[in-house]
Design a protein. Structure first.
Length: 433
């Protein structure tokens, strides 16, 4: 068998997992790849005293990997934007294939990177960047290649999913977030996870591969989970729904929706049963219908599984000296469409509204009248006399599907009513029909 030389940049959680699995399963992987995949160089800012690198060359300078003429495939696992971009572009410039788990890099700089790779005749593979160990990108780009993808929706951040799962027991957001940090699920600065930025990176990539459009992260709408309360979680459950932090991309005749936000989903749906740090992605194709991809979205060896799958794909190209490869986003570059990302006011959704109303006659009629004036139909309404406090009572309404601009105008009027107190809580709802 031919040898394919791999260099790993970054020896953190995923880098260490990739090294260990490639080493442990070397014979099995070689049988599947049709070549021997050998790690010949590793670079990391710090050494891993807990790892035996054997005779693999080690350096604290990551560009040593890129500049090694013997390396066929550079595996970028350092994360971040600027240095990673420089590293990947340098690797491409040196004619090397690249495998990365860096969703932020691909979402923000992917258009530039893919164009450079296309010009150089090399591959940039990124399966592990989207949903950890779940092979969803391969499924979209290859398994569903005969389908027009209508929409994609997913739980694509395990930290947020863990927090919302634990809050179902009535626990406060801040308490569960602290626990997630103590367990290593959340970073010391959890902004990317809880505010939806990490999920938006991943959704941007999914949407581009699903719809055949350029990467447009800067146009994605993001809304976090820090304002979600145990009260709303409990009342959503009573209405037959569960709150999940979803990334949703939908293709329409006038453009695409690209949004991340808390979402009510029917408790009976499979995605509502995905708890803890697990991820799940739903894909609706015109031929196959609805499919779901479920599993660990992070972790050392789970993510390494996807990294190695990409390495195997690239190694087959290197070993066979073939020019046949799947396009980076699943579409030939000249087949990508320039579709607009729609404003949130143009999206369509059902809505959960929680209105704090004064406990007096006629309030419900006034609320219903405002919704009706804006063309908003009520599916269900909940008001409990036992919850009256200080002369105020929560009114919970679930609407039928309407445009967001309609609900925005209605909320403005509801908050201006003399019969209401404070802001209206609004959570979007999806039924996936």
């Amino acid at each position: 068998m031919k040898d394919v030389s791999v260099g790993i940049c970054g020896l953190g959680t995923v880098g260490g997992g990739t090294f260990n699995v490639l080493t442990r399963n070397a014979a099995l992987i070689a049988g599947r790849a049709g070549c021997n995949i050998r790690i010949t160089r590793v670079a990391s800012r710090r050494n891993r005293d807990d790892m035996d690198l054997g005779d693999v060359a080690f350096s604290t300078e990551i560009f040593d990997v890129v500049n090694d003429p013997a390396i066929d495939v550079v595996v970028e696992l350092i994360g971040g934007y600027d240095t990673a971009r420089e590293l990947v572009l340098a690797a491409i410039g040196n004619g090397k294939h690249v495998v990365t788990a860096n969703k932020a890099l691909i979402a923000v700089h992917g258009n530039e990177i893919f164009a450079a790779a296309e010009k150089a005749g090399v591959v940039v593979a990124y399966e592990a960047g989207v949903a950890g160990g779940i092979p969803v990108m391969k499924s979209i780009r290859e398994g569903l290649a005969g389908n027009r993808i209508d929409w994609i929706a997913g739980i694509i951040n395990g930290t947020g999913n863990y927090i919302l799962t634990e809050m179902r027991a009535g626990r406060a957001f801040a308490d569960v977030l602290k626990e997630a940090q103590d367990l290593g699920y959340a970073e010391a600065d959890p902004t990317f996870d809880v505010e939806g930025i990490d999920a938006a990176h991943k959704l941007t990539i999914l949407a581009s591969a699903g719809f055949g459009v350029p990467l447009q992260f800067e146009k994605a709408f993001t809304e976090g989970i820090s304002s979600i309360t145990p009260y709303d979680i409990a009342h959503a459950e009573q209405l037959g729904y569960r709150i999940k932090h979803l990334g949703i991309a939908r293709r329409r005749d006038d453009g695409i929706e690209l949004r991340v936000h808390p979402t009510l989903v029917p408790r009976s749906h499979l995605i509502a049963q995905v708890d803890g740090v697990l991820n799940a992605v739903l894909v609706e194709g015109d031929a196959v219908g609805q499919t779901m991809y479920y599993g660990p979205g992070a972790g050392d060896e789970a993510t390494a599984s996807a990294v190695i799958a990409d390495i195997v794909d690239v190694a087959r190209i290197v070993a066979s000296e073939s020019s046949l490869r799947v396009p980076h986003l699943g579409f030939a570059p000249d087949a990508l469409e320039q579709l607009d990302v729609l404003s949130m006011e143009d999206i369509q959704s059902a809505y959960y509204l929680r209105i704090t109303a004064l406990d007096r006659p006629g309030v419900l009629a006034n609320i219903a009248s405002i919704l009706s004036e804006h063309g908003i139909n009520i599916e269900s309404i909940m008001q409990k006399e036992s919850e009256v406090k200080g002369g105020r009572i929560p009114v919970i309404i679930l609407t039928h599907t309407v445009q967001e601009r309609q609900i925005n105008r209605a909320i403005e009027e509801l908050e201006a009513l003399a019969d209401t107190d404070g802001p209206v809580v609004r959570i979007r709802a999806e039924n996936f029909n």
